[in-house]
Design a protein around this ligand. Structure first.
Ligand SMILES: Cc1ncc(COP(=O)(O)O)c(C=O)c1O
Length: 346
Protein backbone atom coordinates (compact mmCIF):
# COMPACT_ATOMS: atom_id res chain seq x y z
CA UNK A 1 0.00 0.00 0.00
CA UNK A 2 1.40 3.42 -0.94
CA UNK A 3 1.63 5.69 2.09
CA UNK A 4 0.10 9.09 1.34
CA UNK A 5 2.45 11.24 3.41
CA UNK A 6 1.03 14.74 3.78
CA UNK A 7 2.80 15.65 7.02
CA UNK A 8 5.12 18.10 5.27
CA UNK A 9 6.70 18.97 1.93
CA UNK A 10 10.01 18.09 3.62
CA UNK A 11 9.21 14.38 3.22
CA UNK A 12 9.79 14.65 -0.53
CA UNK A 13 12.40 12.28 -1.92
CA UNK A 14 14.72 13.47 -4.70
CA UNK A 15 13.56 12.79 -8.25
CA UNK A 16 15.44 10.40 -10.58
CA UNK A 17 16.82 13.47 -12.40
CA UNK A 18 18.22 14.76 -9.11
CA UNK A 19 19.84 11.42 -8.26
CA UNK A 20 21.40 11.30 -11.72
CA UNK A 21 22.72 14.88 -11.38
CA UNK A 22 24.15 14.05 -7.94
CA UNK A 23 25.95 11.02 -9.36
CA UNK A 24 27.48 13.04 -12.17
CA UNK A 25 28.23 16.24 -10.18
CA UNK A 26 31.58 17.90 -10.73
CA UNK A 27 32.96 18.75 -7.28
CA UNK A 28 35.76 20.59 -5.48
CA UNK A 29 36.45 21.97 -2.00
CA UNK A 30 33.71 24.50 -1.39
CA UNK A 31 35.42 26.03 1.66
CA UNK A 32 38.17 27.01 -0.81
CA UNK A 33 35.43 28.29 -3.12
CA UNK A 34 36.40 25.58 -5.62
CA UNK A 35 33.25 23.51 -6.03
CA UNK A 36 31.97 24.40 -9.51
CA UNK A 37 28.53 22.92 -8.87
CA UNK A 38 28.00 24.87 -5.65
CA UNK A 39 29.24 28.02 -7.36
CA UNK A 40 26.76 27.45 -10.19
CA UNK A 41 23.86 26.84 -7.79
CA UNK A 42 24.71 30.01 -5.86
CA UNK A 43 24.81 32.06 -9.07
CA UNK A 44 21.51 30.56 -10.25
CA UNK A 45 19.82 31.20 -6.90
CA UNK A 46 20.97 34.82 -6.77
CA UNK A 47 19.71 35.34 -10.31
CA UNK A 48 16.32 33.67 -9.64
CA UNK A 49 15.77 35.90 -6.63
CA UNK A 50 17.15 39.09 -8.19
CA UNK A 51 19.92 39.46 -5.60
CA UNK A 52 23.66 39.97 -6.13
CA UNK A 53 24.89 36.83 -4.41
CA UNK A 54 23.83 33.65 -2.62
CA UNK A 55 25.25 31.18 -0.10
CA UNK A 56 24.47 27.44 0.02
CA UNK A 57 23.70 26.22 3.56
CA UNK A 58 22.64 22.90 5.04
CA UNK A 59 19.11 23.82 6.15
CA UNK A 60 16.54 26.55 6.56
CA UNK A 61 17.37 26.79 10.25
CA UNK A 62 21.04 27.31 9.46
CA UNK A 63 20.15 29.85 6.75
CA UNK A 64 18.06 31.95 9.12
CA UNK A 65 20.70 31.71 11.87
CA UNK A 66 23.52 32.65 9.52
CA UNK A 67 21.51 35.64 8.25
CA UNK A 68 20.74 36.81 11.79
CA UNK A 69 24.37 36.37 12.91
CA UNK A 70 25.42 38.44 9.90
CA UNK A 71 22.95 41.26 10.48
CA UNK A 72 23.26 41.42 14.27
CA UNK A 73 25.88 41.46 17.00
CA UNK A 74 25.58 40.48 20.67
CA UNK A 75 22.98 42.56 22.47
CA UNK A 76 21.12 43.47 19.28
CA UNK A 77 17.37 42.88 19.02
CA UNK A 78 15.30 41.27 16.28
CA UNK A 79 11.62 42.15 15.78
CA UNK A 80 9.68 39.10 14.54
CA UNK A 81 6.33 37.34 14.70
CA UNK A 82 5.19 35.41 17.75
CA UNK A 83 4.15 32.56 15.44
CA UNK A 84 7.23 32.68 13.22
CA UNK A 85 9.25 29.55 12.54
CA UNK A 86 12.40 31.34 13.69
CA UNK A 87 10.89 32.09 17.10
CA UNK A 88 9.00 28.83 17.64
CA UNK A 89 10.98 26.09 15.97
CA UNK A 90 14.66 27.03 15.75
CA UNK A 91 15.62 26.43 19.40
CA UNK A 92 16.19 30.14 20.04
CA UNK A 93 19.45 29.82 18.13
CA UNK A 94 19.75 33.57 17.75
CA UNK A 95 19.92 33.95 21.56
CA UNK A 96 21.68 30.70 22.34
CA UNK A 97 24.47 31.15 19.81
CA UNK A 98 24.43 34.84 18.87
CA UNK A 99 23.48 36.78 22.01
CA UNK A 100 20.62 38.30 19.98
CA UNK A 101 17.30 38.98 21.73
CA UNK A 102 13.96 38.38 20.00
CA UNK A 103 11.19 41.00 20.30
CA UNK A 104 8.05 39.03 19.32
CA UNK A 105 5.02 40.88 17.96
CA UNK A 106 1.61 39.28 17.34
CA UNK A 107 1.40 37.67 13.92
CA UNK A 108 -1.89 38.61 12.31
CA UNK A 109 -3.90 35.72 10.79
CA UNK A 110 -2.41 36.56 7.37
CA UNK A 111 1.14 36.22 8.70
CA UNK A 112 1.86 39.96 8.73
CA UNK A 113 3.05 42.09 11.63
CA UNK A 114 1.04 45.31 12.05
CA UNK A 115 3.13 48.25 10.87
CA UNK A 116 2.10 50.21 13.98
CA UNK A 117 3.36 47.35 16.14
CA UNK A 118 6.70 47.36 14.31
CA UNK A 119 7.00 51.14 14.68
CA UNK A 120 6.19 50.83 18.40
CA UNK A 121 8.80 48.10 18.91
CA UNK A 122 11.72 50.01 17.37
CA UNK A 123 13.84 51.29 20.25
CA UNK A 124 15.26 54.75 20.63
CA UNK A 125 18.77 55.49 21.82
CA UNK A 126 18.72 54.70 25.53
CA UNK A 127 21.43 53.07 27.62
CA UNK A 128 18.83 50.70 29.15
CA UNK A 129 17.64 49.18 25.92
CA UNK A 130 19.01 46.70 23.42
CA UNK A 131 19.67 48.05 19.92
CA UNK A 132 16.88 47.32 17.41
CA UNK A 133 18.72 45.92 14.41
CA UNK A 134 16.49 43.73 12.28
CA UNK A 135 12.91 42.94 11.30
CA UNK A 136 12.22 39.30 10.31
CA UNK A 137 9.25 38.38 8.15
CA UNK A 138 8.11 34.94 6.92
CA UNK A 139 6.47 34.01 3.59
CA UNK A 140 4.66 31.84 3.05
CA UNK A 141 3.84 31.87 6.75
CA UNK A 142 3.88 28.28 7.89
CA UNK A 143 1.75 28.47 11.06
CA UNK A 144 -0.58 31.13 9.58
CA UNK A 145 -2.13 28.70 7.08
CA UNK A 146 0.73 29.00 4.60
CA UNK A 147 -0.26 32.56 3.71
CA UNK A 148 2.02 34.55 1.37
CA UNK A 149 3.04 38.12 2.17
CA UNK A 150 2.26 40.50 -0.67
CA UNK A 151 5.01 42.55 -2.30
CA UNK A 152 3.17 45.69 -1.19
CA UNK A 153 3.16 44.66 2.47
CA UNK A 154 6.83 43.64 2.41
CA UNK A 155 7.75 46.96 0.76
CA UNK A 156 5.85 48.92 3.43
CA UNK A 157 7.44 46.98 6.28
CA UNK A 158 10.90 47.38 4.73
CA UNK A 159 10.40 51.12 4.19
CA UNK A 160 9.48 51.50 7.84
CA UNK A 161 12.44 49.42 9.05
CA UNK A 162 14.93 51.16 6.77
CA UNK A 163 13.68 54.61 7.80
CA UNK A 164 14.79 53.72 11.33
CA UNK A 165 18.11 52.22 10.29
CA UNK A 166 16.98 48.57 10.67
CA UNK A 167 17.57 45.81 8.13
CA UNK A 168 15.00 43.24 6.97
CA UNK A 169 15.42 39.47 6.66
CA UNK A 170 12.78 37.30 5.01
CA UNK A 171 12.35 33.64 5.96
CA UNK A 172 11.25 32.62 2.50
CA UNK A 173 11.57 28.87 3.09
CA UNK A 174 8.64 28.54 0.65
CA UNK A 175 9.11 31.72 -1.39
CA UNK A 176 8.31 29.88 -4.66
CA UNK A 177 4.97 28.88 -3.14
CA UNK A 178 4.38 32.52 -2.21
CA UNK A 179 5.11 33.64 -5.78
CA UNK A 180 2.78 31.01 -7.22
CA UNK A 181 0.00 31.82 -4.75
CA UNK A 182 0.16 35.51 -5.63
CA UNK A 183 0.90 34.97 -9.34
CA UNK A 184 3.94 37.27 -9.19
CA UNK A 185 7.67 36.78 -9.81
CA UNK A 186 9.90 35.90 -6.85
CA UNK A 187 12.16 38.98 -7.29
CA UNK A 188 9.08 41.20 -6.83
CA UNK A 189 8.48 39.62 -3.42
CA UNK A 190 12.05 39.99 -2.15
CA UNK A 191 13.17 43.25 -3.79
CA UNK A 192 12.86 45.30 -0.62
CA UNK A 193 14.43 42.91 1.88
CA UNK A 194 18.14 42.92 2.68
CA UNK A 195 18.40 39.15 2.92
CA UNK A 196 16.19 36.18 2.13
CA UNK A 197 16.52 32.48 2.86
CA UNK A 198 14.74 29.88 0.75
CA UNK A 199 14.74 26.07 0.96
CA UNK A 200 15.48 23.55 -1.77
CA UNK A 201 14.48 20.67 0.48
CA UNK A 202 10.79 21.47 0.89
CA UNK A 203 8.41 21.95 -2.02
CA UNK A 204 11.33 21.96 -4.47
CA UNK A 205 12.00 18.30 -3.63
CA UNK A 206 15.80 18.39 -3.21
CA UNK A 207 17.19 16.16 -0.45
CA UNK A 208 19.20 18.84 1.37
CA UNK A 209 19.89 22.54 1.33
CA UNK A 210 18.82 26.14 1.50
CA UNK A 211 20.20 29.40 0.16
CA UNK A 212 20.71 32.77 1.76
CA UNK A 213 20.60 35.60 -0.79
CA UNK A 214 21.54 39.26 -0.50
CA UNK A 215 24.15 41.82 -1.57
CA UNK A 216 27.64 40.56 -2.44
CA UNK A 217 28.99 42.34 0.63
CA UNK A 218 26.37 40.72 2.90
CA UNK A 219 26.98 37.24 1.49
CA UNK A 220 30.76 37.60 1.96
CA UNK A 221 30.12 38.23 5.66
CA UNK A 222 27.48 35.47 5.82
CA UNK A 223 30.13 33.04 4.51
CA UNK A 224 32.12 33.69 7.69
CA UNK A 225 29.02 33.15 9.85
CA UNK A 226 28.31 29.86 8.06
CA UNK A 227 31.85 28.67 8.82
CA UNK A 228 31.63 29.44 12.54
CA UNK A 229 28.43 27.39 12.93
CA UNK A 230 30.18 24.46 11.26
CA UNK A 231 28.43 24.88 7.94
CA UNK A 232 31.50 24.94 5.72
CA UNK A 233 31.03 21.90 3.50
CA UNK A 234 33.63 20.36 1.23
CA UNK A 235 32.55 18.47 -1.92
CA UNK A 236 29.04 19.84 -1.49
CA UNK A 237 28.47 19.87 -5.23
CA UNK A 238 26.92 16.41 -4.75
CA UNK A 239 24.09 18.16 -2.89
CA UNK A 240 24.09 21.34 -4.96
CA UNK A 241 23.56 19.29 -8.12
CA UNK A 242 20.13 18.24 -6.85
CA UNK A 243 19.45 21.87 -5.97
CA UNK A 244 20.16 22.94 -9.54
CA UNK A 245 17.63 20.42 -10.82
CA UNK A 246 15.20 21.70 -8.17
CA UNK A 247 15.50 25.26 -9.46
CA UNK A 248 15.32 24.18 -13.09
CA UNK A 249 12.48 21.65 -12.86
CA UNK A 250 10.52 22.24 -9.66
CA UNK A 251 10.34 25.95 -8.93
CA UNK A 252 7.68 26.69 -11.52
CA UNK A 253 5.26 23.84 -10.75
CA UNK A 254 3.95 25.03 -7.36
CA UNK A 255 0.55 25.86 -8.83
CA UNK A 256 -0.10 22.13 -9.24
CA UNK A 257 0.45 21.54 -5.51
CA UNK A 258 -1.73 24.54 -4.69
CA UNK A 259 -4.57 23.26 -6.86
CA UNK A 260 -4.42 19.89 -5.09
CA UNK A 261 -4.35 21.62 -1.70
CA UNK A 262 -7.51 23.49 -2.71
CA UNK A 263 -9.17 20.23 -3.73
CA UNK A 264 -8.10 18.59 -0.48
CA UNK A 265 -9.45 21.54 1.53
CA UNK A 266 -12.77 21.40 -0.33
CA UNK A 267 -13.02 17.64 0.05
CA UNK A 268 -12.27 17.71 3.78
CA UNK A 269 -14.73 20.57 4.32
CA UNK A 270 -17.45 18.26 2.97
CA UNK A 271 -16.61 15.55 5.53
CA UNK A 272 -19.06 15.82 8.46
CA UNK A 273 -17.12 16.54 11.68
CA UNK A 274 -14.22 18.36 9.95
CA UNK A 275 -13.72 22.12 9.62
CA UNK A 276 -11.05 23.58 7.37
CA UNK A 277 -9.16 26.91 7.49
CA UNK A 278 -8.80 28.90 4.25
CA UNK A 279 -6.21 27.27 1.97
CA UNK A 280 -3.62 29.85 0.87
CA UNK A 281 -0.86 27.78 -0.78
CA UNK A 282 0.16 24.11 -0.35
CA UNK A 283 -0.89 23.79 3.30
CA UNK A 284 -4.27 22.68 4.60
CA UNK A 285 -4.95 23.31 8.30
CA UNK A 286 -8.06 21.71 9.74
CA UNK A 287 -9.67 20.40 12.91
CA UNK A 288 -12.54 18.30 14.23
CA UNK A 289 -15.86 19.86 15.15
CA UNK A 290 -17.87 18.89 18.22
CA UNK A 291 -19.92 16.38 16.26
CA UNK A 292 -16.81 14.31 15.51
CA UNK A 293 -16.89 11.11 17.49
CA UNK A 294 -13.12 10.61 17.70
CA UNK A 295 -10.18 12.26 19.44
CA UNK A 296 -7.36 13.65 17.23
CA UNK A 297 -5.13 10.74 18.34
CA UNK A 298 -7.77 8.20 17.32
CA UNK A 299 -8.14 9.92 13.96
CA UNK A 300 -4.38 9.77 13.38
CA UNK A 301 -4.31 6.06 14.26
CA UNK A 302 -7.27 5.33 12.01
CA UNK A 303 -5.69 7.21 9.13
CA UNK A 304 -2.37 5.45 9.61
CA UNK A 305 -4.11 2.08 9.28
CA UNK A 306 -5.44 3.30 5.92
CA UNK A 307 -1.97 4.49 4.81
CA UNK A 308 -2.57 8.24 5.20
CA UNK A 309 -0.38 10.51 7.32
CA UNK A 310 -1.06 14.11 8.38
CA UNK A 311 0.69 16.17 11.05
CA UNK A 312 -0.92 16.77 14.46
CA UNK A 313 -0.77 20.45 15.47
CA UNK A 314 -1.47 22.37 18.68
CA UNK A 315 -5.07 22.50 19.90
CA UNK A 316 -6.08 19.14 18.40
CA UNK A 317 -5.69 20.45 14.85
CA UNK A 318 -4.01 18.86 11.83
CA UNK A 319 -1.87 19.98 8.92
CA UNK A 320 -1.67 18.39 5.47
CA UNK A 321 0.84 19.66 2.92
CA UNK A 322 0.73 18.82 -0.78
CA UNK A 323 3.95 18.26 -2.72
CA UNK A 324 5.49 16.70 -5.82
CA UNK A 325 4.79 13.09 -4.77
CA UNK A 326 1.09 13.66 -4.06
CA UNK A 327 -1.20 13.03 -7.03
CA UNK A 328 -4.92 13.51 -7.65
CA UNK A 329 -5.72 9.94 -6.53
CA UNK A 330 -3.95 10.57 -3.21
CA UNK A 331 -6.21 13.55 -2.53
CA UNK A 332 -9.31 11.41 -3.13
CA UNK A 333 -7.91 8.64 -0.93
CA UNK A 334 -7.21 11.10 1.89
CA UNK A 335 -10.71 12.60 1.83
CA UNK A 336 -12.24 9.13 1.78
CA UNK A 337 -9.99 7.99 4.66
CA UNK A 338 -11.13 10.96 6.73
CA UNK A 339 -14.77 10.28 5.95
CA UNK A 340 -14.33 6.69 7.12
CA UNK A 341 -12.24 7.44 10.22
CA UNK A 342 -14.11 10.49 11.56
CA UNK A 343 -17.26 8.46 11.18
CA UNK A 344 -19.99 11.09 11.41
CA UNK A 345 -23.09 10.24 9.37
CA UNK A 346 -23.64 12.91 6.70
C1 LIG B 1 8.99 28.79 7.42
C2 LIG B 1 10.14 27.89 7.75
N1 LIG B 1 11.34 28.43 7.97
C3 LIG B 1 12.41 27.67 8.26
C4 LIG B 1 12.31 26.30 8.33
C5 LIG B 1 13.52 25.48 8.71
O1 LIG B 1 13.97 24.68 7.68
P1 LIG B 1 14.85 23.35 8.01
O2 LIG B 1 13.89 22.31 8.46
O3 LIG B 1 15.48 23.05 6.68
O4 LIG B 1 15.84 23.71 9.03
C6 LIG B 1 11.06 25.69 8.10
C7 LIG B 1 10.93 24.22 8.19
O5 LIG B 1 9.87 23.65 8.05
C8 LIG B 1 9.94 26.51 7.81
O6 LIG B 1 8.73 25.99 7.62
Amino acid sequence: MKIVDLRSDTVTHPTPAMREAMYRAEVGDDVFGEDPTVNRLERMAAERLGKEAALFVVSGTMGNLVALLTHCGRGDEVILGDRSHTLLFEQGGMAALGGITPYPLPNQPDGTLRLDDIAGAIRGDNVHWPRSRLVCLESTHNVCNGTPLTAEYTAQAARLAHAHGLQVHLDGARIFNAAAALAVDVPDLVRDVDSVMFCLSKALCAPVGSLVCGSAEFIARARRARKVVGGGMRQAGILAAAGIVALEQMADRMVEDHARAQRLGQGLAEVPGVEVAPVMSNMVYFGLTEEAEKTPAEVLDGLASLGVRVLPRAGGRFRAVTHYWIGDGDIERTVEAFRQVVGVAG
